[in-house]
Design a protein around this ligand. Structure first.
Ligand code: SF4
Length: 279
């Protein structure tokens, strides 16, 4: 568990350090709980312990929300640790009882640095004590580390993002993320342990075999699957799929027509026999 004294009350240096090839910036944040808008507006709060994400997915729309152009360009090569996150959450006067909190919307709360810092882990007991209904969203098998704390929530669901059945495709679009096998193992384990689980196929990437992928998803025991395709931004400040992913997609012939066709196919397999598993 992260020692509070590391982050609170003494501010940590704002100078970047490096972890692997990524810059790690330690800085206070003006807020830790945010009111979601747009597609997430039906949630009460979102919580992002970090800004930036070293999983570096080529399609990540979160890069569009970063103010500095240089950091948008270098998305995936830096992460900002919100040094006052624990204190901010602890001191927040928001009533979280029965409120839905998503962790996270613009970063991965279980990205590599979390293994060492345990910042996400340190926020969990506060959220549980305050009676929040927690929705965890991650691409990382590290999420299973916190099973002991997840058990303390009355309401909790965990979503694992798995975007393709091909590790070759995965390495092109999300090279820093864990293998498909490890993600399937993690979400299957969470289902077996009795948690409410979901899979996010978002964005849907090229598949080897939609039927076999659907079977594998069904075997995990998840109660819901959300499938989404690339969002193509329509203006200079619109959020959407980043250019590196669109370039790879073009080179692979992953056209809008093909994406819609595979999405319908996968959804069909998942909803077969009146299951209605996939939205
Ligand atoms: S894991 Fe999520 S937040 Fe991180 S780069 Fe990938 S899509 Fe973006």
């Amino acid at each position: 568990m992260l020692q509070l004294s590391l982050f609170d009350p003494n501010p940590a240096p704002a100078r970047p350090r490096t972890q692997g090839t990524a810059d790690v910036i330690y800085a206070d944040s003006s807020a830790i709980l945010a009111r979601p808008t747009g597609r997430l507006a039906d949630l009460d709060f979102v919580i992002n312990p970090y800004q930036g994400c070293t999983f570096a997915c080529t399609y990540c729309y979160a890069a569009f929300f970063v103010a500095e152009e240089e950091q948008r360009e270098r998305w995936g090569q830096w992460v900002r640790v919100k040094t006052n996150a624990i204190a901010k959450l602890r001191n927040s006067r928001q009533n979280l009882h029965g409120k839905t909190v998503l962790m996270s919307s613009a970063t991965d709360p279980y990205q590599p640095i979390e293994a060492r810092l345990e910042l996400t882990r340190s926020l969990l007991p506060i959220l549980a004590q305050r009676g929040a209904r927690l929705a965890v969203l991650s691409r990382s098998p590290l999420v299973t580390r916190d099973i002991d704390l997840f058990e303390t929530f009355e309401h909790l669901n965990i979503t694992m993002s798995i975007t393709t059945d091909s590790d070759e495709v995965r390495k092109l679009f999300e090279p820093q993320c864990a293998s498909i096998d490890r993600r399937f193992e993690a979400i299957s384990r969470l289902s077996r342990e009795g948690f409410k689980t979901r899979i996010n196929v978002s964005p849907l990437l090229p598949l080897n075999d939609a039927g076999a992928f659907a079977e594998r998803i069904l075997e995990t025991g998840v109660s819901r699957v959300h499938i989404n395709t690339f969002h193509e931004a329509s203006g200079p400040f619109a959020s959407g799929t980043r250019q590196p992913a669109l370039k790879i997609a073009r080179e692979m012939g992953w056209t809008e027509g093909r994406r819609e066709q595979v999405l319908a196919e996968l959804r069909g397999y998942l909803n077969q026999g009146g299951r209605q598993l996939a939205a």
